[in-house]
Write a protein that binds this ligand. Structure first.
Ligand code: ZN
Length: 183
């Protein structure tokens, strides 16, 4: 398994629509393994393929030990009241914003063996699923912020972005670079 470089805000791949995976091959399983490795190295709780420069519709999530590899995930149902909570993103380090999302969500996807499954989640896991699925459609948490909050977040990013030449964030393996949960 390898820790992959993370693409940060400004890399056009983060704004691309991903491609449906037609077959879960060994190549996809390797990508899933590398994405878990990368997410853990970054102390993240979710990671989507565009964040490592790939265009397949794949993401991984691990919220409090509930780990999921999701291939071609789709939100099939949202229920419950909307909830607002602070989000961050491994592709926009050190920038945070309050995002309002449905508190309960049902997601359908293929697992690493290509088998279809459905999972209903609430709380942080529900938020994480929605954040990662957004990534697979070129959408970032910034897009959910109000105009003023987005402007403030982008001003914050302006101070950070020079640390990532070429829009690449290289992780230190085994390092605990970020104490916060980012997705
Ligand atoms: Zn993210």
């Amino acid at each position: 398994m390898s820790v992959l470089a993370i693409r940060v805000l400004g890399d056009p791949v983060l704004r691309e629509e991903t491609r449906l995976v037609t077959e879960v091959t060994d190549d996809i399983r390797r990508l899933i393994d590398d994405m878990f490795e990368t997410m853990y190295a970054a102390n993240g709780i979710g990671l989507a393929a565009p964040q490592v420069g790939r265009t397949q519709r794949v993401c991984v999530v691990d919220v409090e030990g509930a780990a999921y590899a999701l291939v071609n995930p789709e939100v099939v149902r949202t229920t419950g009241p909307k909830a607002k909570a602070e989000e961050g993103c491994l592709s926009i380090p050190d920038v945070y914003g309050d995002v309002e999302r449905p508190s309960r969500v049902t997601v359908q996807a293929l697992d690493r063996d290509g088998a279809s499954f459905e999972v209903t989640a609430e709380g942080l896991l529900a938020r994480c699923f929605q954040h990662e699925i957004d990534h697979l459609h070129g959408k970032l948490f910034l897009d959910h912020l109000s105009f003023l909050k987005r402007r403030a977040a982008l001003a914050r990013w302006d101070e950070e972005k020079d640390q990532y030449p070429g829009f690449i964030r290289v992780l230190k393996v085994g390092g605990s670079e970020h104490p916060d949960e980012e997705l």
